[in-house]
Design a protein around this ligand. Structure first.
Ligand SMILES: Cc1cc2nc3c(=O)[nH]c(=O)nc-3n(C[C@H](O)[C@H](O)[C@H](O)COP(=O)(O)O)c2cc1C
Length: 186
C-alpha cells in the first residue's frame, strides 16, 4: 500500500489548513492501493532548529516528539504539503520541519496545495526550491486556492468546483511519481 502524508503547514489558532487537508484526504482516499493520512505539525511541538534530528541533544520530551515525526516522515512514500502563504513565503513551521530532517524525505514525491490572497503562489514556489535540496520530486500540477474565491469570509473552505479536477490531476501525478521512485527507497 502506497502511503502519502498530507502535511498541515500551519499551527496558529484559527488556522484553515485542517479544512484543506480533510478535502485532500477525502478525495485522495477514493483511490485504490493508496492511503492518505494527515500529519499535523502542531501535534509535535518541534523545537526551533539548531541541529538536525539525527544529532539532536535537547530535552527528552522534544526528542520523543521529533522521533515520532521522523518515523512518520520516514514511513510514508510521498507528500502533499498544505502550504499557506505568510509574508510572501512559506510558514516558519514548515521550514523548521524541512530543516530538522533530511534522509526521511529523500527520493519521495510531493504535490503542493497552496493558498492565500494571491493563492499562495509565492509560498508554493519557495517550497519547490526547498524540496529540490531534500531530493523530493515535486509534481507540476499545483492546487492554488484563493482566500477570496475558495473560502467564505476567508475562513470557511468552500472550494470552487474547478479546484477538484486540478486536485485529482495533482494526486495522480504524486502517486505515479511516488511509485516510480520506489526502487530508490529500498
Ligand atoms: C503572519 C501572516 C502573514 C500573512 N501574509 C500573507 C501574504 O503575504 N500573502 C497572502 O496571500 N496571505 C497572507 N496571509 C494570509 C494567510 O494566507 C491566510 O490567513 C491563511 O488563512 C493562513 O493560513 P492558515 O489559516 O492555515 O494559518 C498572512 C497571514 C498571516 C497570519
Amino acid at each position: 500500500m502506497t502511503k502519502i502524508a498530507i502535511v498541515l503547514g500551519s499551527i496558529r489558532d484559527g488556522r484553515v489548513s485542517p479544512q484543506v487537508g480533510e478535502w485532500v484526504k477525502e478525495i485522495g482516499n477514493k483511490r485504490e492501493n493508496v492511503e492518505f493520512e494527515i500529519v499535523d505539525l502542531k501535534e509535535f511541538e518541534m523545537p526551533l532548529f539548531y541541529k538536525r534530528f539525527s544529532e539532536y541533544d535537547g530535552t527528552e520530551k522534544e526528542y520523543e516528539n521529533l522521533k515520532r515525526l521522523s518515523e512518520i516522515t520516514q514511513n510514508v512514500d510521498g507528500f502533499v504539503f498544505i502550504t499557506p502563504e505568510y509574508n510572501h513565503g512559506l510558514t516558519s513551521v514548515m521550514k523548521n520541519y524541512f530543516d530538522l530532517f533530511y534522509a526521511e524525505f529523500n527520493n519521495k514525491a510531493a504535490g503542493i496545495v497552496s493558498y492565500g490572497s494571491s493563492m499562495g503562489a509565492r509560498a508554493g514556489e519557495q517550497v519547490r526550491n526547498i524540496l529540490a535540496e531534500l531530493q523530493v520530486a515535486d509534481v507540476r500540477q499545483q492546487v492554488s486556492l484563493s482566500l477570496f474565491a475558495d473560502f467564505e469570509g476567508f475562513v470557511n473552505f468552500k472550494p470552487l468546483d474547478i479546484q477538484e479536477g486540478g486536485l485529482e490531476t495533482m494526486l495522480d501525478q504524486v502517486v505515479a511519481w511516488t511509485d516510480a521512485l520506489a526502487h530508490l527507497r529500498k
